[in-house]
Design a protein around this ligand. Structure first.
Ligand code: SF4
Ligand code: SF4
Length: 420
């Protein structure tokens, strides 16, 4: 085992391979607050990559309703139970106000064992703890859709409340969008006895070499997110490939520039922004929208960082969900992220406008400042909106998009009015 630094855990950890971060890392920010679970992303991915025999059950992109939904069923509940190791591995975080701005530990320090460390602690003959889902657990990509959890009330003594209000609803659910996280320390790479899985140096995309894979399913077992899938027809495993030909700029539409993945560019709810994160976590680029949202503003958080794989898909947490549940899912940065999202800074509000405005990856943004158009109070604090203009640029500095915070409106002339 090598010792590597995991910035999401705020500490070093054990991993079978040496640290080898890509210069740029494929990444995305998903805004859970905006998702409508239309599954357009899911179908876009399915119709692009997984339409052949043996792939029927494969959903490389899926959107599940939390807390009950999951694909495969109960994937996160099961791995959390294994990781807690019957209470012997408290998944605790230690934070102090001094830690918070430390780039090496932006969320504080994770004190429990990761999936890799627990396998070592328990002296297992494998690199990470995990399990292979039963066939029946892959049956439904979207079971328990829109099923809410309710606060238990004793109807004998308490009146049943049929309303909810922020900051956390008593009755709640939310949509969790999931693809492979193209992790910095992928469990699938670590687990593969054939060394058939690799992480690309140029963009951090994790791929399975179909010629080397022998279908041992160690990746299926040890990826905590359950994103590699076994194909019975070919007897080898497959996974999300981050639409790498598009990311390489091979699609003629973007004229050689990096293009967003299919599930991202199809998103109807405009919840997804796909781009490249600067590889060096200690020196984020304040003009790169991904670095800005993830590492500088910390409004977008990793999914189950305690697993230890340093996942590279980030989530703006849902505002209405009880915080304890969210802290378990996204770590201790949840409260700060929700506070920032609820009353975004001038720059953040401008960057939010870039979501789903172009298929070409935006690598830099600039803001032209405009006049104040609105003022209110949110969570007891003044919140101002300015009609700023945000400009998105490609890697080669071509201007891709120019959009105002205040959406322009036009009033139809009276002649167009229909009168009865
Ligand atoms: S999410 Fe799973 S399959 Fe994807 S890179 Fe991470 S460990 Fe590998
Ligand atoms: S396309 Fe976008 S809004 Fe629709 S389910 Fe997917 S992530 Fe959600």
């Amino acid at each position: 085992m090598a010792t590597v630094h995991n910035w999401q855990l705020g500490r070093k950890m054990d991993y079978p391979y040496l640290d080898s971060r890509p210069k740029k890392q494929f990444t995305a920010v998903f805004n859970t607050n905006r998702c409508i679970a239309c599954q357009t992303c899911t179908m876009a991915d399915k119709s692009t990559w997984t339409y052949s025999r043996g792939q029927e059950y494969m959903w490389w992109n899926n959107v599940e309703t939390k807390p009950y939904g999951g694909y495969p069923q109960f994937w996160d509940q099961k791995i959390l139970q294994i990781l807690s190791d019957e209470g012997n591995n408290p998944m605790e975080w230690f934070t102090s106000s001094e830690d918070k701005d430390d780039k090496k530990a932006p969320y504080g320090y994770y004190g429990g064992d990761t999936i890799f460390e627990l396998a070592k602690t328990k002296d297992l003959n494998q690199v990470a703890v995990g399990y292979i889902p039963e066939d029946k657990e892959w049956r439904f990509p979207n079971i328990y859709e829109d099923t809410a959890v309710s606060k238990k009330t004793n109807i004998e003594t308490e009146p049943v409340k049929e309303y909810s209000q922020l900051p956390a609803h008593d009755r709640w659910f939310f949509y969790l969008q999931r693809i492979c996280n193209h992790c910095t320390y992928p469990a699938c790479v670590a687990a593969c006895p054939r060394r058939a899985i690799y992480k690309r140096k140029e963009d951090g995309i994790v791929l399975i070499d179909q010629k080397r894979c022998r279908g041992y399913r160690k990746c299926v077992e040890q990826c905590p997110y359950k994103k590699p899938m076994y194909r019975g027809e070919t007897r080898i495993s497959e996974k999300c490939i981050a639409c790498y030909p598009r990311v390489e700029g091979k699609d003629p539409v973007t004229k050689g520039r990096r293009m967003e993945a299919r599930c991202m560019s199809a998103c109807v709810g405009k919840i997804r922004l796909n781009g490249m994160l600067k590889g060096d976590p200690d020196n984020p680029d304040p003009k790169n929208p991904m670095d800005f949202l993830i590492r500088i503003q910390k409004v977008a958080l990793p999914l189950y960082p305690q697993f230890g794989t340093e996942p590279n898909i980030y989530y703006i947490p849902p505002r209405w969900v009880p915080r304890a549940y969210l802290r378990q899912m996204f770590g201790p940065g949840v409260d700060e992220a929700i506070e920032k999202y609820s009353a975004p800074s001038r720059e953040m509000l401008a960057v939010f406008q870039l979501f789903r405005t172009t298929q070409t990856m935006i690598s830099r943004f600039e803001i032209e400042y405009g006049k104040k158009v609105y003022e209110t109070r949110t969570n007891g604090k003044k919140f101002e909106v300015f009609d700023d203009t945000v400009i998105g640029y490609a890697e080669d500095d071509t201007e891709l998009v120019r959009i105002k915070v205040e959406e322009p409106t036009w009033e139809s002339s009276d002649k167009r009015m229909i009168t009865y």
